[in-house]
Design a protein around this ligand. Structure first.
Ligand SMILES: [Fe+2]
Length: 316
């Protein structure tokens, strides 16, 4: 039996890892630097077109709970012309990673603290309950100082946050665009994302200001189909289909902003073998990097829309 344990981390391209460690540590709760590695990253030929050199810092929140367990991976590309730019034309839900969602205790307070720390408010705090199960939640959105969309969610109907002050936990889910929801659901179900927490086919009106000309006609916004398949353990995914589809916003691997994610596994050799049994293309054998504090094992694989996704076995 191979165990898949949900989203391990979301990768964000940054221009300055030191500044990002400071910001994410001080203001977003990711106070533990699990490793800070500079060097070549093998195994990225297929997704990056080369073996990139980069500085990579893996950050964990010491307030992480079972519903906000995932980490942030800061990536600063060092070779070529440095970090590629944010993909043009991204509103939300185009193919590519578009959002990091933190589970928080007290959405209003965390939103206000992030705005005070220099984030732009993209959506003020609100409460809702979501189909198909009517689970209640509070949400808000900000953009970090470099433009990454950070959602804050408190799943009040699912998980009573632990006592204590208002705070951000770790990552609850990662949102990314796909083109065929049924295909994506079937694909990720095999990787452990089995429980449908949320599904909506209505355009979420508070996001309307994000869809700007010339990429969108504000009078004719695309339909949004969102789902949130959760694993039994670990952080969730939120695939989104826009109709009509937007511009391809995967961008070049390592670009600024959210750009890839990892799925945590117990034994990466077994997990990679399992993907191959399912005829999923795995980009080489799992790589093992000595990151000083331990061993970082990963391997990228082909997902249906070419989003950048890896298996991760963390030994740090
Ligand atoms: Fe979300």
């Amino acid at each position: 039996m191979t165990s898949f344990m949900g989203v391990d981390h979301v990768g964000i391209g940054v221009g300055d890892v030191d500044a990002a460690i400071e910001f994410y540590g001080r203001h977003v709760g990711f106070d533990r630097v699990l490793f800070d590695y500079t060097g070549e990253l093998p195994g990225l030929d297929v997704v990056a077109g080369r073996t990139p050199s980069a500085r990579v810092a893996m950050l964990e929140s010491s307030d992480a709970t079972p519903i906000g367990p995932a980490r942030v991976k800061l990536v600063q590309v060092l070779d070529g012309d440095g970090p590629p730019p944010v993909p043009a034309g991204q509103a939300w839900g185009e193919v590519g990673v578009c959002e990091i969602c933190l589970h928080v205790r007290d959405v209003q307070a965390v939103h206000d603290a992030l705005v005070a720390a220099g984030c732009a408010s993209l959506m003020g705090p609100m409460s809702a309950d979501v189909p198909p199960s009517g689970v209640t939640l509070d949400i808000a959105y900000v953009a970090d100082p470099w433009g990454t969309k950070l959602e804050m969610i408190e799943w009040t109907g699912l998980w009573q946050s632990l006592p204590g002050p208002a705070r951000a936990e770790g990552i609850n889910h990662v949102a990314f665009g796909v083109t065929d929801m049924a295909r994506t659901r079937a694909f990720y179900e095999r990787l452990g994302f089995t429980q449908l927490l949320f599904e909506s086919v209505e355009f979420f009106d508070p996001m309307a200001p994000w869809y700007e000309a010339p990429w969108y006609d504000p009078q004719h916004l695309p339909a949004q189909h969102m789902t949130m398949p959760m694993p039994a353990q670990g952080a969730a995914i939120e695939p989104v289909v826009l109709d009509p589809p937007g511009h391809d916003c995967r961008g070049t691997w390592g670009h600024l902003g959210p750009m890839d994610f990892g799925i945590r596994v117990g034994n990466i050799d077994r997990a990679a073998a399992r993907l191959r049994e399912w005829d999923i293309a795995v980009h080489g054998e799992p790589h093992s990097l000595d990151v000083g504090t331990g061993e970082w094992r990963y391997v990228y694989f082909a997902e249906p829309d070419g989003n950048y996704v890896a298996l991760v076995e963390a030994r740090y």
